[in-house]
Unconditional design. Structure first.
Length: 368
C-alpha cells in the first residue's frame, strides 16, 4: 500500500514537472493579445465608378490595413457606405459633420461656398492638363495657407488629402460641335463651379445633380450635352447618347477630398490615426492613377462600343474661349478677400506654381 502511494506521489510530481514548462512554452508561443477591432465607417454618395471612391476601396482601405498589420495591435472593421447607402450625392460634407461617417470622400465641386478656397482650379480653366501637377499644387496651397485647412474645420472635419476630380474636362454633346459658338442656346450640364465656362459660349447651363443621373437627364432632354471627363462619361454610358466629344482642354481639376470627422479623430488611437494619415497620401496618388487609367479605358469603350467621334479645338479657338469667360478668377479672389480669406495671394501662388511647372496657362488670370 505504501509502495502504491509512493508511486502515485512520484507520478504526480512528474506530471507537474512536465506541465510547468509546457504551460510556460504555451504562454510564450500564444499572442499576448489578439488584435483589437476598431470600427471605421467611410462614406460618399457616389459609387466606385467615381475614381476617388474606387481608390478609397482599392488603395486607402488596404493601405490602412497593411500599416496596422505591422504591429498587429489593431485591426479595422470597415463599413463602406458608398452609393447613397448612408448619404446622397452632395450630402457628404454634412454627413461627415454629423458623424454619419468617420471618414468621407467629399467631392469639392459640390461645395463652392462651404469649401470656396478649394474651387481655385475651377476659376482658372485652360491652365493645366496634368492632374498630378494640379493635385500637387493644391497640396502646396494647403501647406502654405492655413485658411484652407480651417474651412473644413468649420464643418467638424479635418482635411486628410486632396486628389484629382478630373484629368481633363471636355465636352460631350448629342450633335457635332466644331467651335464654341455652336453651343449657343444648347442645354449643357455642368457641376456648378464650371457653369461660367458654359455660359461664355452662350449655352444654357443645367446643374448636374449626380453622376448617376447623367444618362437619364440626357435621354429625357434635361440637357443636350455636358462638361465632364472621359472616365466618368464611359462609366455612366453617357457617350451612348452623346457620342460627339469636343476636346476643349478646359484642364485638370483637383478638389476631390478625403476628410475625417473631428470627434472620431480625437478618439482614434494614435496608431490608427498614423495609419490613416499615411494611407491618405497613398489614396491621393492612387486616385489620380485610377482617373488616368480610366480615361484610356473610357476612350476605348466610347470609341469601340458607342462610336465616339472627337473634334479638337485649335489653339486659337481655345484661347478665344478662355478669353470669352469673364475673369472669374479675380472675382473669386476678391470675394475671398472680402470674407477675410487670402484669395488674391492664393491666386498668385497658384498661377506662379503652374507657370513654374510649365503648364498650359492659356490665360494669366492673376495678371489682368
Amino acid at each position: 500500500m505504501k509502495d502504491n502511494r509512493l508511486k502515485t506521489h512520484r507520478l504526480f510530481k512528474a506530471v507537474v514537472a512536465l506541465a510547468i514548462p509546457l504551460s510556460v512554452a504555451a504562454a510564450v508561443v500564444a499572442p499576448a493579445d489578439a488584435a483589437q477591432k476598431y470600427r471605421l465607417t467611410i462614406i460618399s454618395g457616389n459609387t466606385h465608378h467615381y475614381a476617388p471612391i474606387g481608390a478609397a476601396i482599392k488603395a486607402f482601405i488596404p493601405k490602412v490595413d497593411e500599416i496596422l498589420a505591422r504591429t498587429g495591435k489593431y485591426k479595422v472593421s470597415w463599413v463602406q457606405g458608398f452609393g447613397g447607402t448612408v448619404v446622397k450625392v452632395r450630402g457628404e460634407l454634412d454627413g461627415v459633420e454629423a458623424g454619419l461617417g468617420d471618414i468621407g470622400v467629399v467631392p469639392g465641386p459640390f461645395y463652392p461656398a462651404k469649401l470656396s478656397l478649394y474651387q481655385i482650379g475651377y476659376v482658372t480653366p485652360f491652365t493645366s492638363l496634368d492632374v498630378q501637377v494640379a493635385t500637387d499644387g493644391m497640396h502646396h496651397l494647403l501647406k502654405t495657407y492655413p485658411a484652407m485647412g480651417k474651412q473644413p474645420q468649420r464643418f467638424n472635419q479635418t482635411m486628410l488629402a486632396i486628389s484629382g476630380t478630373a484629368d481633363n474636362y471636355l465636352l460631350w454633346t448629342n450633335k457635332k460641335i466644331t467651335k464654341f459658338e455652336d453651343l449657343k442656346g444648347m442645354k449643357i450640364g455642368a457641376v456648378g463651379s464650371n457653369i461660367p465656362w458654359v455660359t461664355a459660349a452662350g449655352a444654357t447651363p443645367v446643374t448636374i445633380k449626380g453622376l448617376a443621373t447623367l444618362y437619364n437627364s440626357l435621354k429625357t432632354g434635361i440637357y443636350e450635352g455636358c462638361v465632364l471627363w472621359q472616365q466618368a462619361i464611359a462609366a455612366f454610358k453617357f457617350c451612348e447618347l452623346a457620342p460627339f466629344k469636343l476636346d476643349t482642354s478646359f484642364g485638370a481639376i483637383a478638389n476631390a477630398t478625403l476628410t475625417v470627422n473631428n470627434d472620431s479623430w480625437a478618439k482614434m488611437p494614435s496608431e490608427v490615426k498614423a495609419a490613416v494619415t499615411e494611407a491618405a497620401s497613398t489614396w491621393s496618388t492612387a486616385s489620380n492613377k485610377v482617373t488616368l487609367g480610366g480615361a484610356k479605358w473610357g476612350e476605348s469603350v466610347c470609341v469601340k462600343k458607342y462610336k465616339q467621334q472627337t473634334t479638337s479645338l485649335t489653339a486659337e479657338q481655345k484661347r478665344k474661349w478662355a478669353f470669352a469667360i469673364p475673369n472669374i478668377a479675380q472675382s473669386w479672389a476678391k470675394r475671398q478677400d472680402k470674407a477675410g480669406l487670402p484669395g488674391t495671394k492664393m491666386l498668385s501662388t497658384w498661377m506662379n506654381y503652374m507657370r513654374d511647372k510649365k503648364q498650359l496657362v492659356t490665360r494669366n488670370w492673376d495678371r489682368e
